[in-house]
Write a protein that binds this ligand. Sequence first.
Ligand code: ADP
Length: 250
Amino acid sequence: MQPELISARGLCHAYNSVEVLSDLTFSMLRGDYIGLVGPNGSGKSTLVKLILGLEAPSQGSITVFGQAHKDLKAWDKIGYLPQKINFFNPHFPSTVREIVELGLISRRHSRLARAERRAAVDQALELLGIGDLAKRLIGDLSGGQQQRVFIARALVSRPELLILDEPATALDPETRDNFFSLLHDLNHRDSVSVILVTHDIGSIGEFASKLMFLDKRIIFFGSFDEFCLSDTMTKVFGPSSQHIICHKHD
Ligand code: ADP
Protein backbone atom coordinates (compact mmCIF):
# COMPACT_ATOMS: atom_id res chain seq x y z
CA MET A 1 0.00 0.00 0.00
CA GLN A 2 1.21 3.56 -0.74
CA PRO A 3 2.20 5.43 2.43
CA GLU A 4 0.33 8.58 3.44
CA LEU A 5 2.05 11.78 2.45
CA ILE A 6 -0.53 14.35 3.56
CA SER A 7 -3.14 13.67 6.18
CA ALA A 8 -5.86 16.25 6.94
CA ARG A 9 -8.44 15.59 9.64
CA GLY A 10 -11.33 17.99 10.21
CA LEU A 11 -9.19 20.77 8.76
CA CYS A 12 -10.72 24.27 8.91
CA HIS A 13 -9.33 27.69 8.12
CA ALA A 14 -10.72 31.16 8.80
CA TYR A 15 -9.43 34.62 7.92
CA ASN A 16 -10.61 37.23 10.44
CA SER A 17 -13.16 34.73 11.82
CA VAL A 18 -14.65 34.09 8.36
CA GLU A 19 -14.37 30.38 7.61
CA VAL A 20 -13.08 29.71 4.07
CA LEU A 21 -12.25 26.01 4.47
CA SER A 22 -14.52 23.73 6.41
CA ASP A 23 -13.95 20.25 7.80
CA LEU A 24 -11.55 18.84 5.20
CA THR A 25 -10.62 15.22 5.83
CA PHE A 26 -8.47 13.52 3.21
CA SER A 27 -5.26 11.63 2.64
CA MET A 28 -2.80 12.12 -0.18
CA LEU A 29 -0.72 9.01 -0.84
CA ARG A 30 2.83 8.95 -2.12
CA GLY A 31 2.77 8.84 -5.90
CA ASP A 32 -0.62 10.57 -6.18
CA TYR A 33 -0.98 13.26 -8.83
CA ILE A 34 -3.88 15.39 -7.68
CA GLY A 35 -5.63 18.01 -9.79
CA LEU A 36 -7.02 20.63 -7.38
CA VAL A 37 -9.97 22.49 -8.91
CA GLY A 38 -12.82 24.70 -7.75
CA PRO A 39 -14.36 28.10 -8.42
CA ASN A 40 -12.50 31.33 -7.62
CA GLY A 41 -12.42 31.88 -3.90
CA SER A 42 -13.15 28.20 -3.14
CA GLY A 43 -10.07 27.89 -0.92
CA LYS A 44 -7.52 26.22 -3.23
CA SER A 45 -4.67 28.62 -2.42
CA THR A 46 -5.55 28.52 1.26
CA LEU A 47 -5.31 24.72 1.24
CA VAL A 48 -1.91 24.99 -0.46
CA LYS A 49 -0.80 27.46 2.25
CA LEU A 50 -1.95 25.04 4.94
CA ILE A 51 0.02 22.24 3.28
CA LEU A 52 3.10 24.45 3.09
CA GLY A 53 2.66 25.60 6.69
CA LEU A 54 2.28 29.25 5.64
CA GLU A 55 -1.10 29.32 7.42
CA ALA A 56 -2.10 27.38 10.53
CA PRO A 57 -5.44 25.54 10.79
CA SER A 58 -8.12 27.28 12.83
CA GLN A 59 -9.40 23.80 13.70
CA GLY A 60 -8.42 20.24 12.91
CA SER A 61 -5.00 19.05 11.85
CA ILE A 62 -2.74 18.53 8.87
CA THR A 63 0.50 16.59 8.65
CA VAL A 64 2.87 16.45 5.69
CA PHE A 65 5.41 13.62 5.48
CA GLY A 66 4.06 12.60 8.88
CA GLN A 67 5.10 15.90 10.46
CA ALA A 68 3.14 18.86 11.75
CA HIS A 69 4.44 22.17 10.49
CA LYS A 70 6.12 23.12 13.71
CA ASP A 71 8.79 20.85 12.35
CA LEU A 72 9.94 22.43 9.13
CA LYS A 73 11.92 19.43 7.92
CA ALA A 74 9.10 18.71 5.47
CA TRP A 75 10.02 21.88 3.58
CA ASP A 76 13.15 20.28 2.19
CA LYS A 77 11.03 17.72 0.38
CA ILE A 78 8.55 20.11 -1.22
CA GLY A 79 9.00 22.03 -4.44
CA TYR A 80 6.54 24.91 -4.76
CA LEU A 81 5.70 27.06 -7.73
CA PRO A 82 3.46 29.96 -6.70
CA GLN A 83 0.86 31.36 -9.05
CA LYS A 84 2.23 34.87 -9.10
CA ILE A 85 5.80 35.03 -10.25
CA ASN A 86 5.52 38.73 -11.00
CA PHE A 87 6.33 39.66 -7.42
CA PHE A 88 9.98 40.16 -8.24
CA ASN A 89 11.39 43.37 -9.65
CA PRO A 90 11.86 42.76 -13.39
CA HIS A 91 15.06 44.82 -13.23
CA PHE A 92 16.46 42.63 -10.46
CA PRO A 93 19.97 41.91 -11.74
CA SER A 94 19.91 38.13 -11.32
CA THR A 95 20.76 35.58 -13.93
CA VAL A 96 18.65 32.54 -14.68
CA ARG A 97 21.32 30.33 -13.07
CA GLU A 98 21.19 32.35 -9.83
CA ILE A 99 17.39 32.22 -9.67
CA VAL A 100 17.32 28.44 -10.17
CA GLU A 101 20.08 27.96 -7.58
CA LEU A 102 17.82 29.68 -5.03
CA GLY A 103 15.88 26.41 -5.05
CA LEU A 104 18.86 24.84 -3.25
CA ILE A 105 18.99 27.10 -0.20
CA SER A 106 17.40 24.64 2.23
CA ARG A 107 19.38 23.01 5.04
CA ARG A 108 19.49 19.70 3.20
CA HIS A 109 21.29 21.30 0.26
CA SER A 110 23.49 23.77 2.08
CA ARG A 111 26.32 21.25 2.26
CA LEU A 112 26.38 20.52 -1.47
CA ALA A 113 29.74 21.21 -3.09
CA ARG A 114 29.83 23.95 -5.71
CA ALA A 115 30.20 21.45 -8.55
CA GLU A 116 27.18 19.48 -7.31
CA ARG A 117 25.06 22.63 -7.13
CA ARG A 118 26.14 23.57 -10.62
CA ALA A 119 25.31 20.10 -11.95
CA ALA A 120 21.87 20.17 -10.27
CA VAL A 121 21.11 23.58 -11.79
CA ASP A 122 22.34 22.47 -15.23
CA GLN A 123 20.13 19.39 -15.06
CA ALA A 124 17.03 21.41 -14.09
CA LEU A 125 17.70 23.92 -16.88
CA GLU A 126 18.10 21.11 -19.41
CA LEU A 127 14.87 19.46 -18.23
CA LEU A 128 13.01 22.65 -19.04
CA GLY A 129 14.93 23.20 -22.29
CA ILE A 130 16.44 26.50 -21.15
CA GLY A 131 20.13 25.58 -20.79
CA ASP A 132 20.99 28.30 -23.29
CA LEU A 133 19.40 30.96 -21.08
CA ALA A 134 21.58 30.26 -18.00
CA LYS A 135 23.53 33.51 -18.19
CA ARG A 136 20.65 35.77 -19.23
CA LEU A 137 19.09 38.25 -16.82
CA ILE A 138 15.67 37.11 -15.65
CA GLY A 139 14.12 40.50 -16.43
CA ASP A 140 15.14 40.21 -20.10
CA LEU A 141 13.10 37.05 -20.70
CA SER A 142 9.56 36.58 -22.00
CA GLY A 143 6.77 35.55 -19.58
CA GLY A 144 6.87 31.94 -20.82
CA GLN A 145 10.65 31.75 -20.42
CA GLN A 146 10.43 33.22 -16.91
CA GLN A 147 7.80 30.64 -16.04
CA ARG A 148 10.14 27.85 -17.13
CA VAL A 149 12.91 29.33 -14.96
CA PHE A 150 10.61 29.23 -11.92
CA ILE A 151 9.55 25.67 -12.69
CA ALA A 152 13.26 24.75 -12.87
CA ARG A 153 13.76 26.43 -9.48
CA ALA A 154 10.93 24.31 -8.01
CA LEU A 155 12.50 21.13 -9.44
CA VAL A 156 16.20 21.70 -8.78
CA SER A 157 16.10 20.28 -5.24
CA ARG A 158 14.58 17.04 -6.55
CA PRO A 159 11.50 17.36 -4.32
CA GLU A 160 9.34 14.39 -3.32
CA LEU A 161 6.21 16.55 -3.52
CA LEU A 162 5.66 19.24 -6.13
CA ILE A 163 2.93 21.82 -5.63
CA LEU A 164 2.17 23.93 -8.68
CA ASP A 165 -0.36 26.74 -8.74
CA GLU A 166 -1.67 27.35 -12.29
CA PRO A 167 1.75 26.58 -13.78
CA ALA A 168 0.80 26.43 -17.44
CA THR A 169 -0.97 29.75 -17.90
CA ALA A 170 1.98 31.69 -19.34
CA LEU A 171 3.34 28.84 -21.44
CA ASP A 172 3.03 28.56 -25.21
CA PRO A 173 1.27 25.35 -26.41
CA GLU A 174 4.49 23.45 -27.20
CA THR A 175 6.18 24.28 -23.89
CA ARG A 176 2.92 23.47 -22.14
CA ASP A 177 2.82 19.97 -23.69
CA ASN A 178 6.49 19.42 -22.80
CA PHE A 179 5.81 20.62 -19.28
CA PHE A 180 2.93 18.17 -18.77
CA SER A 181 4.94 15.29 -20.16
CA LEU A 182 7.79 16.26 -17.82
CA LEU A 183 5.38 16.18 -14.87
CA HIS A 184 4.10 12.80 -16.06
CA ASP A 185 7.66 11.42 -16.16
CA LEU A 186 8.53 12.84 -12.75
CA ASN A 187 5.37 11.26 -11.33
CA HIS A 188 5.67 7.86 -13.06
CA ARG A 189 9.42 7.40 -13.35
CA ASP A 190 10.70 9.23 -10.27
CA SER A 191 7.63 8.75 -8.03
CA VAL A 192 7.34 12.48 -7.38
CA SER A 193 3.91 13.25 -5.92
CA VAL A 194 2.15 16.22 -7.52
CA ILE A 195 -0.58 18.69 -6.58
CA LEU A 196 -1.56 20.80 -9.54
CA VAL A 197 -3.94 23.71 -8.93
CA THR A 198 -5.72 24.44 -12.16
CA HIS A 199 -8.69 26.14 -13.78
CA ASP A 200 -8.35 23.84 -16.74
CA ILE A 201 -10.78 21.19 -15.57
CA GLY A 202 -11.29 20.00 -19.15
CA SER A 203 -7.65 18.84 -19.45
CA ILE A 204 -6.66 17.76 -15.98
CA GLY A 205 -8.08 14.23 -16.45
CA GLU A 206 -5.46 13.64 -19.14
CA PHE A 207 -2.67 14.09 -16.63
CA ALA A 208 -3.67 13.65 -13.00
CA SER A 209 -4.56 10.40 -11.22
CA LYS A 210 -7.02 12.02 -8.81
CA LEU A 211 -9.25 15.06 -8.67
CA MET A 212 -10.14 17.20 -5.67
CA PHE A 213 -13.06 19.53 -6.28
CA LEU A 214 -13.13 22.12 -3.57
CA ASP A 215 -15.79 24.67 -2.71
CA LYS A 216 -15.02 25.59 0.86
CA ARG A 217 -15.60 21.89 1.56
CA ILE A 218 -14.43 18.85 -0.36
CA ILE A 219 -17.21 18.33 -2.88
CA PHE A 220 -15.38 15.42 -4.53
CA PHE A 221 -12.06 13.66 -4.02
CA GLY A 222 -11.14 10.49 -5.83
CA SER A 223 -9.88 8.87 -9.01
CA PHE A 224 -11.26 9.80 -12.42
CA ASP A 225 -13.02 6.41 -12.53
CA GLU A 226 -14.85 7.43 -9.37
CA PHE A 227 -15.44 10.92 -10.78
CA CYS A 228 -17.06 9.33 -13.81
CA LEU A 229 -19.56 7.49 -11.57
CA SER A 230 -20.18 10.26 -9.06
CA ASP A 231 -23.80 11.47 -8.83
CA THR A 232 -22.56 14.58 -7.02
CA MET A 233 -20.34 15.44 -9.99
CA THR A 234 -23.24 14.80 -12.40
CA LYS A 235 -25.21 17.39 -10.43
CA VAL A 236 -22.34 19.90 -10.60
CA PHE A 237 -21.28 19.45 -14.24
CA GLY A 238 -24.13 17.61 -15.98
CA PRO A 239 -23.57 14.17 -17.56
CA SER A 240 -22.09 15.48 -20.80
CA SER A 241 -19.32 17.62 -19.26
CA GLN A 242 -18.72 15.02 -16.56
CA HIS A 243 -17.75 12.45 -19.16
CA ILE A 244 -15.59 14.89 -21.08
CA ILE A 245 -13.74 15.77 -17.87
CA CYS A 246 -13.22 12.15 -16.80
CA HIS A 247 -11.39 11.24 -20.05
CA LYS A 248 -12.63 7.67 -19.66
CA HIS A 249 -14.60 7.46 -22.90
CA ASP A 250 -13.69 7.72 -26.56
P1 ADP B 1 -8.91 30.20 -4.48
O1 ADP B 1 -7.44 29.92 -4.46
O2 ADP B 1 -9.76 28.98 -4.70
O3 ADP B 1 -9.29 31.30 -5.42
P2 ADP B 1 -8.43 31.39 -1.87
O4 ADP B 1 -7.89 30.33 -0.97
O5 ADP B 1 -7.45 32.36 -2.45
O6 ADP B 1 -9.33 30.71 -3.01
O7 ADP B 1 -9.51 32.24 -1.08
C1 ADP B 1 -10.57 31.64 -0.34
C2 ADP B 1 -11.32 32.78 0.37
O8 ADP B 1 -10.47 33.35 1.35
C3 ADP B 1 -11.73 33.90 -0.56
O9 ADP B 1 -12.99 34.36 -0.13
C4 ADP B 1 -10.68 34.96 -0.32
O10 ADP B 1 -11.20 36.26 -0.53
C5 ADP B 1 -10.32 34.75 1.13
N1 ADP B 1 -8.91 35.08 1.45
C6 ADP B 1 -7.82 34.56 0.85
N2 ADP B 1 -6.70 35.05 1.41
C7 ADP B 1 -7.09 35.90 2.37
C8 ADP B 1 -6.40 36.72 3.32
N3 ADP B 1 -5.07 36.75 3.36
N4 ADP B 1 -7.13 37.48 4.16
C9 ADP B 1 -8.48 37.45 4.12
N5 ADP B 1 -9.21 36.69 3.27
C10 ADP B 1 -8.53 35.93 2.41
